[in-house]
Write a protein that binds this ligand. Structure first.
Ligand code: PMP
Ligand code: GLN
Length: 403
């Protein structure tokens, strides 16, 4: 035997080694361990409509979806997704060739990136970005190119001035000959930014000019409080180059069901399906029937959901401001990003790890959503998709920070 013992090879491969455990799991575990109010991971503490829950029970009992559903999704749900895009946005999609049902938006994002990105391709993503984007770009062998949203940037209206915005020149400058696609998210998690029609129009022009694909994550499409959500696919030249992703989790308050969908041209849907079929193949059979019914709920349901969450945004935002945070008012989603510097703090990680001990509340340090960690360091995200009394309790607890 000769030679030195070499270090054992790490089990986890290089593509994933940098990602560790998702912050959502870490912080939800911390909330349970400390008995804190969990304003970290974004999930409602009240289930969605009773009739939709019953629709799932009925499907289970009637034996609909208990065996593998069709690969692209059950026809009822594909038809409902197409009808939703048509009725709400005037976008026509063929349910048979242009709609694909996925295991939540998460699988749709993964499958789209795995299908469309060659190793070495650059993928532009708005920073801070939802955490699965970075991991999925890495799994696809892509190169992440972050474009940072900043407070005060962008061309939005009055509400957006106090929120985060996109510098369109920075986005333009980020495009190179190696750029394959832009991965967009509006309304945007974690900042709550809703890109304006003017901004989306400019992004569309850029995509057409540079012949880019766009994957657009619109899971918060029904949670735009200030201004309307407009799908990128509705802009000239975009329908054929856009993969639009949404899901039932946020819109119907059933995040555990994991029913998502893609709408895109037949060529793009077929490409995404090529990856999706080897990830889960299919999922959530009975829930697909229930979500088909949910998408057909009357407009009043969607209005009430939005108005209720808008009131909760205002309640939590006011409470956070009173507790001494700088609040970057979100125009959409169910998250509010705050700046902790007025509290004399600048490290969001340390702040969030100490917060349960200090006042029994859990939040998310936005730095995890950044490549430029230092840019995200002072920002902390709170979720307001909780019952009013829970938010009121959290606000009371957070006020102790001000004293
Ligand atoms: N995209 C964004 C921006 C999200 O915030 C989330 C989490 N809800 C997802 C995708 C994942 O959605 P799903 O639970 O449908 O997989
Ligand atoms: N989308 C949710 C959030 O941003 C969490 C989803 C998850 O736990 N992966 O809080």
């Amino acid at each position: 035997m000769t030679g030195r013992a070499s270090a054992p090879r790490p089990l986890l491969n290089r593509r994933l080694a940098q990602f560790g455990t998702t912050i959502f799991a870490e912080m939800s575990a911390l909330a349970v361990r400390t008995g804190s109010i969990n304003l970290g991971q974004g999930f409602p503490d009240t289930d969605g409509p009773e009739e939709i829950r019953e629709a799932a029970v009925r499907a289970l009992r009637d034996g609909r979806g208990n065996q593998y559903p069709p690969g692209p999704g059950v026809p009822e749900l594909r038809a409902a997704v197409a009808a939703h895009q048509q009725g709400r946005y005037g976008l026509t999609y063929d349910p048979d060739t242009e709609v694909l049902v996925t295991a939540g938006a998460t699988e749709a994002i993964a499958a789209a990136l795995l299908a469309l990105v060659e190793p070495g391709d650059e993928v532009i993503a708005l920073e801070p970005y939802y955490d699965s984007y970075a991991a999925c770009i890495a799994m696809a062998g892509g190169v992440r190119v972050p474009v940072t949203l900043r407070p005060g940037a962008g061309t939005g209206g009055e509400a957006a001035e106090r929120g985060f915005g996109l510098d369109l020149d920075e986005l333009r400058d980020a495009v190179t000959d190696r750029t394959r696609l832009i991965l967009l998210n509006t309304p945007h998690n974690p900042t709550g930014t809703v890109l304006t029609p003017a901004e989306l129009g400019t992004i569309a022009e850029l995509a057409v000019e540079r012949d880019l694909l766009v994957i657009t994550d619109e899971v918060y499409e029904h949670l735009a409080f200030d201004g309307e959500h407009v799908p990128l696919a509705s802009f000239p030249g975009m329908r054929e180059r856009t993969v639009t992703i949404s899901s039932a989790g946020k819109t119907f308050s059933f995040t555990g069901w994991k029913v998502g969908w893609v709408t895109a041209s037949p060529e793009l849907v077929s490409a995404v399906r090529s990856a999706k079929q080897f990830l889960t193949y299919v999922s959530a059979g009975p829930f697909q029937y229930a979500v088909a019914e949910a998408l057909a709920l009357p407009q009043e349901y969607f209005d009430t959901l939005r108005d209720d969450l808008r009131a909760k945004r205002d309640l939590l935002s006011a409470g956070l401001a009173a507790a001494g945070f700088r609040v970057h008012r979100p125009a959409g989603t169910y998250f509010v990003t705050t700046d902790i510097r007025p509290l004399g703090e600048d490290d969001g990680f340390a702040f969030c790890r100490a917060l349960p001990e200090r006042c029994g509340v859990v939040a998310i340090p936005n730095a995890v959503f950044y490549d430029h960690r230092e840019q995200g360091a002072p920002y902390v995200r709170f979720a307001f998709c909780k019952r009013t009394e829970v938010l009121e309790d959290a606000v009371t607890r957070l006020k102790s920070l001000a004293s």
